[in-house]
Design a protein around this ligand. Structure first.
Ligand SMILES: C[S@@+](CC[C@H](N)C(=O)[O-])C[C@H]1O[C@@H](n2cnc3c(N)ncnc32)[C@H](O)[C@@H]1O
Length: 281
C-alpha cells in the first residue's frame, strides 16, 4: 500500500498549479478538501503519490483529459434558480430595460447575456425565464442570446439536459413552475424547450486568455459566486477580461456578497435597492 498523504510541499505545489490554471486558490484551511477530492483519483490511476500525480498532470500524453477530470474534482458548483432573487428583480426592472432602451431601433434588437461560471445552468435559465415572462411582452421586437460557460464539463452536461431536482427549485415562483417545467415522477423538473432553446452552454476557463478574447459584445454579464474562490491577482485579471467582453452601456453583476472594490476602477458603480451593479460607460 502506498502512502497517499499530502505533504506540505505537495500541497503548495498542487495549489499553485491549480491557481495558475484556474484562478481558484485553496487556503491552508481547504487542504483536507483538496486531499480528499484528489486522492481517490490518484488511487484509481495506480499512482504512488501526489508528486507523481502532479507529474502526470504536467507531462502525461493524457494531461488534457486529466485536467478536465481535475476541474470536476476541485470546483464548488452550488447553485439554484433565482439565487439572490433581489438581484434578478433589479435586472428585470431596471438593468435590462435600460440596456434595451439604449439600443438603436434599426431592425431587430438583440440582447447578449453571459452567465460566467454557470455551473449546472440555473442562473442562465433563470434569466431566460425572466426574459420570456417579463421582457419579451414589453419589447416584442427583441431577440436574446444567453450563453452559459463553466470550466467544469460535467456541470455543463447537466445544464444542457435541463432536468432538475427539488433542491434547485426552492425559489422558483409557482406560476413559473407551472409554465416552464414539466414535472416527472413528482421529483424531476424538466425545463420546457421554449426556455432551453434560448441558452447555449460551452466550456470556457475564465483564466484562459485565448478563450476569453472570443467572448465579446455582451450587454449583461453575471459573474456571481465565482471570484470568491480566486486569489486577488486572478480576480483582477478576470474582471479586466470580462470588462473587455462587454458592450458600452452594459452591466456586470457579481454575487450578492461580492464587490469589485480594490479590483478595478473601470466600471461605474450603480446603486439599486439593496444591491449594486457595475456599468461599463
Ligand atoms: C458556486 S458556482 C456559482 C454558480 C452560479 N454562478 C451561481 O451564482 O449560482 C461557481 C462556478 O464557477 C466555476 N468556475 C470556477 N473556476 C472557474 C474558471 N476558472 N473558469 C470558469 N468557471 C469556473 C465552477 O466550476 C462553478 O461551477
Amino acid at each position: 500500500m502506498w502512502n497517499l498523504t499530502l505533504s506540505d510541499e505537495e500541497f503548495f505545489e498542487l495549489r499553485n498549479f491549480i491557481s495558475q490554471l484556474t484562478g481558484i486558490f485553496f487556503p491552508d484551511s481547504k487542504r483536507y478538501f483538496v486531499e480528499s477530492r484528489v486522492r481517490p483519483r490518484i488511487e484509481f490511476l495506480g499512482l504512488k503519490s501526489f508528486t507523481d500525480y502532479l507529474m502526470y498532470l504536467k507531462f502525461s500524453p493524457l494531461r488534457k483529459e486529466e485536467l478536465e477530470i481535475l476541474f470536476r474534482l476541485i470546483t464548488i458548483n452550488e447553485t439554484y434558480f433565482f439565487r439572490d432573487e433581489l438581484q434578478f428583480k433589479v435586472i428585470e426592472e431596471a438593468i435590462l430595460p435600460e440596456i434595451i432602451e439604449s439600443k438603436p431601433r434599426n431592425g431587430f434588437r438583440t440582447l447578449r447575456i453571459w452567465s460566467a461560471g454557470c455551473s449546472t445552468g440555473e442562473e442562465a435559465y433563470t434569466i431566460a425565464m425572466i426574459f420570456l415572462e417579463k421582457i419579451k411582452p414589453r419589447f416584442p421586437d427583441l431577440k436574446v442570446e444567453i450563453i452559459g460557460t463553466d470550466i467544469n464539463t460535467a456541470v455543463l452536461e447537466i445544464a444542457k439536459r435541463g432536468i432538475y431536482k427539488q433542491y434547485s427549485m426552492r425559489y422558483v415562483p409557482e406560476d413559473y413552475i407551472r409554465k416552464y417545467f414539466k414535472i416527472l415522477n413528482g421529483e424531476e423538473f424538466h425545463l420546457v424547450e421554449e426556455v432551453k432553446k434560448l441558452v447555449r452552454f460551452t466550456q470556457v476557463n475564465l483564466m484562459d486568455k485565448f478563450q476569453m478574447v472570443m467572448m465579446r459584445n455582451f450587454d449583461l454579464v453575471l459573474l456571481r459566486n465565482v471570484l470568491i474562490y480566486f486569489d486577488e491577482n486572478a480576480r483582477r485579471e478576470v474582471v479586466s477580461m470580462v470588462y473587455d467582453s462587454m458592450n458600452r452601456g452594459g452591466y456586470l453583476v457579481v454575487g450578492y456578497s461580492e464587490t469589485l472594490r480594490n479590483l478595478t476602477k473601470a466600471f461605474k458603480v450603480v446603486y439599486f435597492d439593496k444591491t449594486v451593479a457595475y456599468k461599463k460607460e
